[in-house]
Design a protein around this ligand. Structure first.
Ligand code: GLN
Length: 491
């Protein structure tokens, strides 16, 4: 038994009583301990996990197993969990214990999943490398000197390293797809509104969407079935009925020139091989254009920052989180709590967002960005009149080294391929489709609104024909001794 097995395989093992949920949980907790240097977890909920595993074993014994009974999982630390701290990767919330569970958390618990803890993330989900986390970055299990991606880097790394078979994440501009690509796991950002945002710490409310990481598309589909659905506590969640896990057969797959042109040659070759495999499976490829996506990064960083500046105004040192000691008056309390509680990237977003919303600049920046957003969305809607799904790269490169991207705008550009679908509210996923310099490459699949079943189905077809999703890194040596060994090799 190990957490590199799929949910389906683990479930079979549990129901056949080859091992108990407690044994599986203890195995995963031991793996988490051995891999502590990967820094995937901000909080390990050991006692809670063992108690949940005991309850799962009792349910199995009674013949009352749900779809995830006894399956270990981790939540991105952006989801509120009653009784276990929710830090959002920030000093501001380092000691925050939510009085309730997020809807995603309670739904997965009701399905029987055993939550092992809360995973590392960029502060308030702002970042593409996990380096803005107050708790230090999670590390990429394929190479601990490299970034796991962000912001849901801890979740992607934990699944990749086999610490858990699945994990939740959130995606505002790419935070599920980019780390999934960097860590070589399957990750889905559902349609905006498919999954409730209740209890998810807000970054940019018109973009934030919860989703999942797992070994393969079938497992992601299992998770989505449980997570999705209208929630009366989130008025933007929608009631469109359950996802249909199928698509037209065969499908027409559009390849947007704006994404495929100017790709690094080796990266382009890996991705093209993946689209050829889809073609070999009977689907048709065609090129198309999404002309306005070129402006997506600029529009996103205005809109997301504007929304963040409003959402983060609640952290005032009074009602939530970090409070600076010994302030003279209320203004100083606000000022110092926010100055000390937030990191540099979060402050940068609050400043630029506030600027974009201020009188005199609102029309030039915020309104203009909203207009661009509309044009990008229209590009996709037009494209989906011609094609069933869109295939694209997820990232311009494989995982970069920690510390390698220092300019904030260079970091923002990492999201160029993921942001357009986010601005359009479309479902999109990343699936492993090759290796480059011993690091995973991900292919992005984008579907029309509420058609995530289409891309999950297509990914499942691909994964039946290939085994990229089954590869996993060798983490039997920890980061420290790996560095030592490499040092010794160099001598
Ligand atoms: N990297 C993007 C940002 O920093 C996206 C983050 C996300 O999707 N949460 O905003």
């Amino acid at each position: 038994m190990n957490a590199h097995e799929s949910i389906a395989e683990l479930r079979r093992g549990l129901l056949d009583k080859r091992y108990s949920a407690v044994e599986l949980t203890e195995h995963c907790l031991a793996e988490i301990d051995t891999s502590a240097s990967l820094n995937c977890f901000i909080t390990v909920a050991r006692d809670e996990a063992v108690a949940a595993a005991k309850a799962a074993d009792a349910a199995i014994a009674r013949g009352e197993a749900g779809p995830l009974t006894g399956v270990p999982l981790a939540h991105k630390d952006v989801f509120c969990t009653e009784g276990v701290r929710t830090t959002c990767g920030s000093r501001m919330l380092a000691n925050f214990i939510a009085p309730y569970d997020a809807t995603v958390v309670s739904k997965l618990a009701a399905a029987g999943a055993v939550c092992l803890g809360k995973t590392n993330m960029d502060e308030f989900a702002m970042g593409s490398s996990n380096e803005t986390s107050w708790f230090g970055p999670a590390r990429n299990p394929w190479d601990p000197e490299r970034a796991p991606g962000g912001s849901s880097g801890g979740s992607a790394a934990a699944v990749s390293a086999g610490l858990v078979p699945c994990a939740t994440g959130t995606d505002t501009g790419g935070s599920i797809r980019q780390p999934a690509a960097f860590c070589g796991v399957t990750g889905l950002k559902p349609t905006y509104g498919r999954v409730s945002r209740y209890g998810m710490v807000a970054f940019a409310s018109s973009l934030d969407q919860g989703g999942a990481f797992a070994r393969d598309a079938d497992d992601v589909a299992t998770l989505l079935k449980i997570m999705e659905g209208h929630d009366p506590r989130d008025s933007t969640s929608t009631d469109t009925g359950p996802t249909a896990f199928r698509g037209p057969e065969p499908m027409t797959i559009g390849l947007p020139a704006e994404y495929w042109d100017n790709l690094d040659a080796a990266m382009g070759a890996r991705l093209e091989a993946a689209t050829r495999e889809l073609e070999a499976a009977g689907h048709a490829l065609t090129t198309l254009s999404l002309p306005h996506t070129r402006a997506a990064v600029s529009a996103y960083y205005v809109i997301a920052s504007a929304e963040a500046s409003a959402n983060l105004s609640r952290y005032d040192g009074v009602r939530f989180g970090y409070r600076a000691e010994a302030s003279e008056d209320i203004d100083e309390l606000y000022r110092r709590s926010r100055a000390e509680g937030f990191g540099a990237e979060v402050k940068r977003r609050i400043l630029t967002g506030t600027y974009a919303l201020s009188i005199g600049y609102y029309d030039a920046y915020y309104l203009q960005a909203q207009r661009v957003r509309r044009l990008i969305r229209q590009d996709f809607l037009d494209a989906f009149n011609r094609v069933d799904v869109i295939a694209a790269p997820v990232t311009p490169s494989v995982a970069f080294e920690l510390g390698a991207v220092t300019d904030p705008v260079d970091m923002y550009r990492q999201d160029a391929f993921t942001i357009p679908a986010s601005l359009s509210g479309l479902p999109a996923m990343s699936m492993p489709c090759g290796m480059l310099d011993r690091l995973p490459v991900g292919l992005q699949l984008i579907a029309p609104h509420f058609e995530e079943g289409r891309i999950l189905n297509l990914a499942a077809q691909y994964q039946r024909r290939t085994d990229w999703h089954r590869r996993h890194p060798d983490i039997s040596i920890d980061a420290g001794s790996r560095a030592e060994r490499e040092g010794a090799d160099a001598v």
